[in-house]
Design a protein around this ligand. Structure first.
Ligand code: ARG
Length: 577
């Protein structure tokens, strides 16, 4: 359905065109200060400027012409500042929209128009290494963006570009052969892989012969040596279940898992084509793309083939763009990685545009590091990266202790389920609620707190509302069965909450504009706060009609928006905690 913002934009644009005869368009933003109104109409300043007029009288004229069009919607609009128009919504109008929002599958958020095909490249761990906390951010930020774009109606294709072809395989293959290890009988194959990689990679720093041997094994693999291919396949197949365990726990899913190896057959063709088109050139035996005309990339060539003939990460990524466009014809590809890969993606995007993909939108969504209490990238006591599975175990364990203390009366299975949802939710929310480009300090007590901007606080807010419905047994069938044309909003707290529910679309817009899930978090946190004020001031089940039904609709809407908003963050809700 049309959002309030869109409605006001449409009406104001119509009036501007009619009463002023200008073909400008109004842009509507929420008022920074509620004292002045709910929404502010902008767009008159550029028109006045173009005409050499004073914007103030122009705004007065538009405001006067707008008043009749807004008669049912808002108080007579007022002019402020240099020439903005402030609009204050009427309770009757807001109340009449709420039942429509409740009936709407997107809770009032307008569908994307046009809907596009969007490929999302996120998570992408490297085979034979366990997922560590660094992969957490890419996985959950990417998943949340994918969920939100899907919610808007886009065709989202989540493709996990796992690293299954890189230099780590040289060391693994060499190590496995040296030790004559049989992976099939190893008790913990992943641990074996990690140990071998660590040992041989570590030793190669002091002993170049190991590095050379590893390189030779890698070249053999890339040349399809049957023995190496078979071993590689085994390593890869053994790694996948560990990734899947993490994805299942996180509730993250992919439509495709096409690793780097998938693109190997295309790489030679990519380099040849780049050379044929004059985009890449030989340079000291290697092949590079130069960006001589791009100031910030002037002395940063993009290496697509090494002098020994090997292809690289950039080559694979170019082949991947080509494959995705051929196969899915997306309008956009979004990559989610930490900010250290900024240069790589700048080079990749610039090359792709020149290579014929100028119409494809390419976005690199970056994020900062997860820090420990010491403000340094988080590590275990012994200095290793923290394994993601262990981190999730600890989240659930800590949540379990809280749940056990608070809900001794619930069955063990129920407490376990609550702990799982709360623990995982807390980890995710602590991450997603940050501005993603910043580093953040990982703190268990903070993320598990029942007060403040945390998942447990929002999950509890949801539970509390659901319990209102459980208490009023006869209304359990839902306020939705209360067929009201219009929700009565007599109390200021009701009105305030209702208007804020109508602003869910704005939060979604902010979150998708620049791929920032944290806008959904702040919206939900504010929503829960407004609900608290409302609930303190306005009795629900004990109120007389029509207030009772109206308030139940407000409760139900708040619960639905909380649940949906958390779902867009990949966070589950529960019915009790
Ligand atoms: N495997 C890479 C890493 O762990 C991330 C891959 C990101 N996606 C891509 N298309 N380059 O750093």
């Amino acid at each position: 359905m049309e959002s309030v913002q869109q409605l006001l934009e449409r009406l104001a644009t119509g009036v501007i065109r009619q009463s002023v005869g200008a073909d400008g368009a109004a842009s509507v933003r929420p008022c920074g200060n509620p004292k002045f109104g709910d929404y502010q109409i902008n767009g008159l300043l550029p028109i006045a400027k173009a005409r050499g007029e004073n914007p103030r009288p122009l705004a007065e004229k538009v405001a006067a012409a707008l008043a009749p069009a807004l008669a049912d919607i808002a108080e007579p609009p007022t002019v402020a500042g240099a020439g903005f128009i402030n609009v204050r919504l009427k309770a009757g109008f807001v109340g009449s929209l709420l039942p429509q929002v409740l009936a709407d599958s997107r809770l009032g958020v307008p569908a994307a128009s046009p809907a596009r095909t969007i490929v999302m490249d996120f998570s992408a761990p490297n085979v034979a290494k366990t997922m560590h906390v660094g992969h957490l951010r890419s996985s959950i930020i990417g998943d949340s963006i994918a969920r939100t774009l899907r919610f808007l109606g886009h065709n989202v294709i989540a493709d996990n570009h796992i690293g299954d072809w890189g230099t780590q395989f040289g060391f693994l293959l060499h190590g496995f052969k040296q030790e004559k290890l049989d992976l099939a009988t190893a008790a913990d194959p992943i641990a074996e892989m990690e140990r071998i990689y660590r040992n041989y990679y570590g030793a190669s720093e002091a002993d170049p012969s190991i590095r050379d041997a590893a390189k030779a094994e890698l070249v053999k693999l890339h040349d399809s040596d049957p023995e190496n291919l078979a071993l590689w396949e085994k390593i890869r197949d053994l790694s996948m279940p560990a990734f899947d365990r993490v994805y299942n726990r996180l509730g993250v899913r992919f439509d495709h898992t096409l690793g780097e190896s998938f693109y190997h057959p295309r790489l030679a063709g990519v380099v040849a084509d780049l050379k044929a088109k004059g985009l890449a050139e030989d340079s000291e035996g290697a092949v590079c793309v130069f960006f001589r005309d791009v100031p910030q990339l002037k002395d940063k060539p993009f290496l697509v083939q090494k002098s020994d003939g090997a292809f690289l990460y950039p080559t694979t990524d170019l082949a991947t763009v080509q494959y995705r466009v051929e196969t899915w014809k997306p309008g956009e590809i979004i990559y989610v990685t930490d900010s250290r890969q900024k240069l790589h993606f700048e080079q990749l995007f610039t090359t792709a545009r020149r290579w014929g993909y100028a119409d494809l939108k390419l976005a690199h969504v970056t994020f900062g590091s997860v820090l420990g209490e010491d403000n340094k990238p988080i590590k275990t006591r012994s200095g290793e990266p923290i394994r993601l599975e262990e981190l999730l175990d600890e989240a659930e364990r800590r949540a379990q202790a809280i749940v056990d203390a608070q809900n001794a009366d619930l069955s063990e299975a129920t407490r376990h389920e609550i702990a799982r949802v709360v623990g995982i939710g807390a980890v995710k929310y602590a991450d997603l609620s940050q501005n993603r480009v910043n580093d953040y300090v990982f703190s268990w007590p903070k993320m598990l707190a029942m007060q403040g901007n945390t998942a447990p606080y929002l999950q509890y807010a949801y539970v509390r509302i659901r319990s209102i419905f459980r208490k009023g047994a006869e209304t359990d069938r839902g306020a939705s069965s209360v067929k009201r044309e219009c929700v009565a909003l007599a109390d200021a707290a009701e009105f305030d909450l209702a208007k804020f529910i109508l602003r869910f679309p704005e939060a979604i817009e902010l979150a998708t504009e620049d791929y920032r899930p944290n806008f959904i978090c702040s919206y939900l946190y504010e929503l829960a706060g407004k609900f608290s004020v409302f609930y303190e001031r306005c009795p629900v089940l004990k109120a007389d009609e029509p207030a009772r039904s109206s308030r139940l609709i407000l409760c139900q809407l708040t619960a639905e928006v909380l649940r949906r908003g958390l779902d867009l963050l990949g966070i589950q809700t529960i019915e009790q905690m």
